[in-house]
Design a protein around this ligand. Structure first.
Ligand SMILES: [Zn+2]
Length: 147
């Protein structure tokens, strides 16, 4: 009798294919100085934002509310800062660009990255275009209606 490998073929259409497709969806982000900062499995534009400071929220740990984002951050930890918020204070452990030291993001617990349930990317800190002018930036003099 041939050995039957139980592959539990779950035919759920929402199942994510584990390898090729997810790797193809990786997004890379750079500091405005051109330094590579972040690679992540989803576009930052699609992630939720904080109401307090408009920072982009990246979930770092799986929970009932959702799965963690898969990402790798190239940044150096800085001094924690204390912010006044409505109803209390908030401590932010900030991470900076290794080249130009601009702040990239923060989390609520000490390094390493992902030690807190969320990591926040500061609004406007990163770009997907390393040393490039974004498409369309110089097109305003030539409005094209063809196509
Ligand atoms: Zn930089």
């Amino acid at each position: 009798m041939p050995k039957v490998v139980s592959r539990s073929a779950v035919s759920s259409s929402t199942d994510v294919q584990p390898t090729a497709s997810s790797a193809a969806d990786l997004r890379v982000y750079y500091c405005i100085c051109g330094e590579f900062i972040l690679v992540i499995d989803k576009s930052l534009a699609t992630l939720p934002r904080r109401k307090t400071d408009n920072a982009i929220i990246m979930r770092t740990q799986d929970s009932d509310a959702g799965n963690a984002r898969v990402f790798k951050l190239n940044a150096v930890a800085g001094e924690p800062i204390l912010l006044e918020r409505q109803g209390g204070h908030e401590c932010q452990y900030r991470f900076h660009c290794p080249r130009c030291s601009l702040p990239i993001g923060y989390q609520s617990s000490p390094p390493p990255v992902k030690s807190a349930p969320f990591f926040y990317i500061l609004a406007g800190a990163l770009t997907q275009h390393q040393g490039q002018i974004p498409p369309g930036a110089l097109d305003e003099e030539l409005p094209k209606t063809s196509g």
